[in-house]
Write a protein that binds this ligand. Structure first.
Ligand code: AMP
Length: 477
């Protein structure tokens, strides 16, 4: 089996990968990295969740580490174009994690935030610039950015660029990058417009393709529970005490939310750790060690912190809040069902998150069974397909400040015929539709989260349960 060391990556990158807990390259990484290291353009067909970010980030970092170079004011050595600010942040975070032992600068440029800090970062020149098209064009027009010395160009999630109507902006940017460059092009699907963009941009590319992430999603038994935000805490504790619940990852939308969930679980006699960006390396390592050993088999994580956690036998993934970016849902549930195992993913959905659930179903092209567990089931529901942004301060620990969308002034709205998600028609996607998810095979060494000494035990702390002691979340009659 190929290891990262066998791929010939720089020792400082290998050290960072080890710290991130990566042991083996994913299939897209094993295929793409040698090609990019050899200086060949890559056309990667891979969905999110396959490890595609590292598939392009690692060979790029190796190249930068092996050939140090100065960057001119406003310039970058590597440009990564992303369709959304969320993806841009995630990509930049991945670069930073893998480059933690390298003296490289990594910056992001996207809309919805002030221009000045980005201008300052650009002024120094950066090694890696991760940008959304609209804001990058702003900076190019005001001459705060220049691309004439860019050596490597990455286009990530090209089909999302198409869906969002960003292809003209992307083309405009690509024209400013020297033709003599390395180009890495990734897309989940290859509709005709994307194939022709790839043909324009790439020079004799190696084509690498991996099984779509949906195959992971299909092994995960998914369900969603509709309930009032204020009842999520009790529901979570109920689920965690359930049979067959082993190592469980609980996803929170913010660091603060993650801490609140841990406190609430402790009050319920369940021992959990939080892992997020405010935790130091040693806290992070301890939390992971306790998770792996089973001492604290509940880990409450934010999305960024959860990246790189690769623990076998995560039996359950529980989403305390749904993510605003549908692909994140797929990342989250992919934490269970690793290495061919099956797993269970449960989303706690407040009524004002229903739109997010529907957006996830559209993206994954799967219906997620939804149980209505509201205290008042007669209350009207706004079950439209448009994501309804949860309001500030609602939904228990999930009361979050809302992110803003990338402004669209340079980025035309998708054409009407694309509005309904053109990929729904793609034959490969069609194959993934529907289908029952395999049920997980019964309890697997399930634990009931131990109540550690001194933190209050389970005894006498359990809330009274409705429904014959099975808890109000028990399934079926
Ligand atoms: P991506 O498809 O790039 O968004 O990556 C999906 C997730 O897999 C991210 O959370 C990565 O941190 C994680 N990941 C990527 N490569 C590996 C690897 N070789 N081993 C373990 N986890 C990985």
């Amino acid at each position: 089996m190929t290891s990262f060391a066998e791929l010939g990556l720089h020792p400082r990158i290998l050290a960072a990968l080890e710290e991130a807990g990566y042991t083996t390259p994913t299939p897209i990484q094993a295929q793409a990295i040698p090609q990019a290291l050899a200086g060949r353009d890559v056309l990667g067909i891979a969905q999110t969740g396959t490890g595609k970010t590292a598939a392009f980030a690692l060979p790029i970092l190796h190249r930068l580490a092996s050939n140090p170079g100065r960057v001119a004011r406003g310039g970058c050595r590597v440009l990564v174009l992303s369709p959304t600010r969320e993806l841009a942040s995630q990509i930049a975070d991945s670069f930073k994690a893998y480059a933690k032992h390298l003296p490289l600068s990594i910056a992001t440029v996207f809309g919805g935030v002030g221009h000045a800090p980005q201008q300052r970062a650009l002024a120094r020149g950066v090694d890696v610039l991760v940008a959304t098209p609209g804001r990058l064009i702003d900076h190019l027009q005001t001459r705060h950015a220049r691309l004439d010395m860019t050596e490597v160009l990455v286009l990530d999630e090209a089909d999302q660029m198409l869906d969002r109507g960003f292809l003209p902006a992307a083309r405009q940017i690509v024209r400013q990058v020297p033709k003599q460059r390395l180009t890495l092009f990734f897309s989940a699907t290859m509709p005709a417009d994307i194939a022709s963009l790839a043909a324009e941009m790439l020079n004799d590319p190696a084509r690498v393709e991996v099984t779509p992430v949906a195959t992971t999603a299909e092994r995960v038994n998914q369900r969603a529970i509709l309930l009032e935000g204020g009842r999520k805490r009790a529901a979570l504790a109920d689920i965690l005490r359930g049979e067959g619940v082993g190592r469980t990852l609980v996803f929170a939308r913010t660091k603060h939310g993650a801490d609140k969930i841990v406190k609430a679980l402790e009050q319920d006699g369940l021992f959990a750790n939080a892992i997020h960006g405010n935790k130091g390396q040693s806290q992070r390592e301890r939390a992971l060690a306790e998770f792996k050993s089973g001492r604290a088999p509940i880990l409450v994580a934010t999305d960024i912190a959860a990246r790189g956690i690769d623990v076998p036998e995560v039996t359950h993934v529980i989403q305390h809040e749904l993510p605003e970016v549908p692909e994140t849902y797929v990342h989250r549930i992919g934490r269970t069902a690793r290495a061919g195992a099956s797993g269970e993913a449960i989303a706690l959905v407040a009524p004002d998150e229903l739109g997010l659930l529907r957006a996830i179903e559209r993206t994954t092209r799967q219906r997620i069974p939804l149980e209505d567990m509201r205290a008042d089931r007669s209350a009207p529901l706004n079950d439209r397909a448009t994501p309804q942004r949860p309001q500030r301060g609602r939904g228990g620990p999930g009361g979050q400040p809302q992110r803003q969308k990338e402004p669209r002034h340079h980025e035309p709205r998708p054409a009407d015929h694309r509005g309904a998600d053109p990929r729904a028609q793609h034959p490969r996607q069609q194959e993934q539709r529907g289908g029952q998810h395999a049920k997980p095979q019964g309890p697997r060494g399930g634990h009931h989260a131990p109540a550690p000494q001194g933190r209050g035990g389970d005894q006498g702390r359990k809330r009274p349960q409705a429904g014959g002691g099975r808890g109000f979340l028990a399934r079926g009659p």
